[in-house]
Design a protein around this ligand. Structure first.
Ligand SMILES: Cc1ncc(COP(=O)(O)O)c(C=O)c1O
Length: 363
């Protein structure tokens, strides 16, 4: 009964997303996820008794070749718990200057972990081993101790760029040499694995911890997972409780997460292919500056200073053609592909851009 009332509205909601390029976070749970959520076995997860969460954590630990995993509310919470568990107050962490941890996590590491951030400006979002060597503080009575290196793979604000295996291994080697713990913000690590054509576990091989999100390209409604050693994940579980993340019968969410891992990864290659087609189409416009080498996964970043428009103008203009993107006062624009964007969506968006630019030129 409820399903028949609900379905027509849901269809309309999902149809509206086929031209919504704001983020892969807007994806809706699939029919398989809804069914898994309806029938999920649940228990009190704070007591360790939720079978669906336990299954998800076991699965995540296996995928990434780690001893343990903890289901968390969000990527932000996973990153925070990693930082709290791997460091002590007063220490310092190295992260890329435009990374999510540095910019978009409400300064949680400073407020809750007493950590100082050493931002390093990476090349297309990627930090080099030499930069780490230059940034690590030597032992000196004046200095906070640098104890953690965090990288983002794929790198959101650099346009979904991917660290190669060699780059990750070299960073891990430097981290080990300088006694730094190594965390990977792998909110989109499955995109990185698909982009590189490697098993996701290989990308976490040398890391102490990795956070990945179920709720972005994988389409689950809620949740992320932090993986690491038994010891670190034990700590993370305590911090999760501290920040109010003990969610009780959250197996309804984990059930969707398990479906995301089963069915969501295989289709990410389509998102990547469509992002490339989108980027190549955008690159045809002289006023749009786009570095096609950064288009490595499902994110397309470009600059429209040459059009003499702001991202807000561009977003407003595209909205007239039913295409949604995030605006902003500057000239940088991001478009993201995801499960609701199909081949026709890309062509429609490119047509909308062409029409908008022709109209802007004529006026
Ligand atoms: C690279 C990266 N890390 C972490 C997060 C945080 O994830 P959440 O929104 O689930 O907190 C995001 C969100 O977009 C992200 O892009």
């Amino acid at each position: 009964m409820a399903a028949t009332v609900f379905a027509p509205t849901q269809d309309r909601i999902e149809a509206a997303l086929r031209l919504d390029f704001r983020s892969d976070t807007i994806t809706q749970p699939t029919a398989e996820m809804r069914e898994a959520m309806r029938t999920a076995e649940v228990g009190d997860d704070v007591f360790g008794e939720d079978p669906s969460i336990n299954a998800l954590e076991t699965r995540a630990a296996e995928i990434f070749g780690k001893e343990a995993a903890v289901f968390v509310a969000s990527g932000t919470q996973g990153n925070l718990l990693a930082q709290l568990s791997l460091t002590r107050p007063g220490e310092e962490l190295i992260a890329e200057a435009s990374s999510h941890i540095a910019n978009s996590e409400v300064g949680g590491a400073a407020r809750l972990g007493g950590l100082t951030l050493r931002p390093v400006v990476g090349e297309r979002g990627k930090i080099s081993p030499e930069q780490v060597v230059r940034t690590v503080r030597p032992e000196n009575v004046h200095f906070a101790r640098t104890t953690l290196l965090s990288i983002e793979n794929t790198h959101n604000s650099a346009g979904g760029t991917i660290y190669s295996l060699d780059e990750i291994d070299a960073l891990a080697e430097v981290a080990q040499r300088y006694g730094l713990k190594f965390h990977i913000d792998g909110a989109r690590i499955f995109n990185a694995a698909v982009g590189l054509g490697v098993e996701p576990g290989r990308l976490a091989q040398n890391a102490d911890t990795l956070t990945f999100c179920l709720s972005k390209g994988l389409s689950a409604p809620v949740g992320s997972v932090l993986v690491g050693s038994e010891e670190v994940i034990h700590e993370a579980r305590r911090y999760r409780k501290m920040v109010g993340g003990g969610m009780r019968q959250a197996g309804v969410l984990a059930a969707a997460g398990l479906v995301a891992l089963d069915l969501g990864v295989a289709r990410l290659a389509d998102d990547h292919r469509r992002a490339r087609r989108l980027a190549e189409g955008l690159a045809q416009h002289p006023g749009i500056a786009i570095d096609l080498t950064t288009v490595q996964s499902n994110i397309v970043r470009f600059d429209i200073a040459g059009l003499k428009l702001t991202a807000n103008d561009f977003a407003d203009g595209l909205r007239q053609h039913a295409v949604r993107i995030s605006g902003g006062p500057g000239t940088g624009v991001r478009m993201v592909t995801h499960r609701h964007i199909d081949d026709a969506s890309i062509e429609q968006a490119l047509d909308a851009v062409s029409t908008l630019l022709l109209t802007a030129k004529a006026s």
